[in-house]
Design a protein around this ligand. Structure first.
Ligand SMILES: [Zn+2]
Length: 146
């Protein structure tokens, strides 16, 4: 098993999913994307360059699912991710796109779990001025990109 290679990509991102998503959610996300990018489902008039990109995307989605769709490899990958995160230096935890955060419609709030178990949160109304958000539990900071 070539586990040393599986950490090259953020497979959750490839699937448009989050590490906290359930296996059922991951599967649903995989099926949606696989259908969207499946080579057999492409329009005939898509430009060659774009068709090629879509094939690449499909291969990635498929790889992501091979890792995240299997309980054993998913566990291994999650462990690697966690270790990677813990060895990152500096107070800046990560850069993250707003749309990668969890959206809470009722509170009009974007949230993200910190590796310490705490949360980053930013109200929608603040997102125009705020680009750095502190964890509510530890001293880590994320930079929000939009
Ligand atoms: Zn924290």
């Amino acid at each position: 098993m070539a586990f040393e290679r599986i950490n090259q990509k953020d497979w959750y991102k490839v699937l448009g999913a989050k590490p906290s998503d359930s296996p059922a959610e991951l599967k649903r996300q995989y099926q949606k994307l696989a259908l969207l990018y499946h080579p057999d489902k492409q329009e005939a008039d898509v430009p060659a360059g774009e068709a090629e990109e879509r094939v690449q995307r499909f291969i990635e989605i498929d790889q992501a699912w091979k890792i995240l769709g299997n309980e054993e490899t998913k566990k291994e990958y999650d462990l690697q991710r966690r270790e990677d995160n813990l060895t990152k230096e500096g107070p800046l935890h990560a850069q993250i796109y707003l749309e990668e955060m969890s959206w809470n419609e009722d509170e009009q709030l974007y949230t993200l779990s910190c590796r310490c178990g705490g949360n980053y949160s930013v109200f929608k109304s603040e997102t125009k001025e705020v680009s750095l958000v502190c964890c509510d539990t530890c001293s880590l900071v994320v930079e929000i990109l939009q």
